[in-house]
Design a protein around this ligand. Structure first.
Ligand code: NAP
Length: 286
């Protein structure tokens, strides 16, 4: 890749951002398509988010991804939001249009694309149990509702957060059947047997943490388990599902698919199929 005076800049803001796989994924796709762009990481501490966004605007950056902890905090600094980002109250992709910076959320469509590609599951008509009600859950649940999920049950530690999420989704998708559950063994024992798809959107599973109270033997043998966590590649939740012969996938496919959707928003082109996932896998394994 050679950088010249005409090269367009893309990037990612986050804190921390050093661990991000997005620069490797996007630069590989830009190089494969021989596009005159470069994608760089920008560490941005929360106190300087507004100034950083203004700086990116003034520098003419063409677009950027947004990661933890800025996905919701960035909203007031943007000039407009896509319907998905508006519904989620969170942005993971910003695109410049003239002098305006517009926010999008590709996490939800990335999740549903990965469900289809990695688990061969279509959400249409499915009963889905979602663990967690944070930013990742909002995007996933909005995309599940848009894809025609039959029933979505949200199980969250903090009840009010779950209630707020269901209220938002109910207003946007009045036809979807929604339910709230506690995130404990007793409550899960009644919802797990009905699940066609179980999705973990919490950070449990990172650093060896586990849902001690989740009894995966309650899942139907035909169910599928999706864990948005991808480090480690096999969380205890996924290991338990695999041992029982239940189909399962981690969040690497979602990471790649949200990246592919962002890439298309910026460049108008689709990255080579599978390239971003292969690059992310290679980066994790080295
Ligand atoms: P977030 O907005 O901070 O939400 C965190 C969620 O996890 C909340 O529902 C929170 O419950 C729950 N939680 C955290 N610690 C818990 C604990 N000890 N016990 C029970 N519940 C707990 O974070 P996020 O942005 O949604 O991200 C969540 C996870 O998804 C992270 O692991 C992130 O890496 C992953 N993710 C993956 C992708 C991908 O592309 N694969 C994309 C986005 C996010 P409370 O409401 O009770 O606090």
């Amino acid at each position: 890749m050679s950088i010249s005076g005409t090269t367009s800049v893309l990037g990612i803001i986050g804190h921390p951002v050093e661990h991000s796989l997005s620069p490797a994924m996007h630069n590989a796709a830009l190089a494969a398509l021989q596009l005159d762009y470069v994608y760089v990481p920008f560490p941005v501490v929360p106190d300087f988010l507004g100034q950083a966004v203004e700086g990116l605007r003034r520098l003419g950056v063409r677009g950027f991804n947004v990661t933890i902890p800025h996905k919701s905090a960035i909203v007031p600094f943007l000039d407009g939001l896509s319907p998905d980002a508006e519904l989620c109250g969170a942005v993971n992709t910003v695109r410049r249009e003239g002098d305006r910076l517009l926010g999008f959320n590709t996490d939800g469509i990335g999740f549903v694309a990965s469900l289809r590609a990695d688990l061969a599951r279509d959400p249409r008509g499915a009963s889905v149990v979602v663990l967690g009600a944070g930013g990742a859950a909002r995007g996933a649940i909005a995309a599940l509702a848009a894809a025609g999920a039959g029933r979505i049950t949200v199980a969250n530690r903090t009840r009010e957060r779950g209630e707020g999420l269901l209220e938002t989704i109910r207003r946007a998708y009045p036809a979807v059947r929604l339910a709230l559950s506690s995130l404990d063994g007793e409550a899960l024992s009644t919802v797990l047997p009905q699940a066609d798809i179980l999705v973990n959107t919490t950070s449990i599973g990172m650093n060896g943490t586990n849902f001690e109270y989740l009894e995966s033997s309650l899942l139907s043998q035909q169910a599928a388990v999706y864990d948005m966590v991808y480090v480690p590649a096999e969380t205890p939740l996924l290991a338990a599902a695999r041992e029982r012969g239940i189909a399962c996938a981690n969040g690497l496919g979602m990471l790649a698919a949200q990246g592919e959707a962002a890439f298309t928003l910026w460049t108008g082109q689709e990255p080579p199929p599978g390239l971003m996932k292969r690059v992310a896998l290679a980066a994790l394994n080295c």
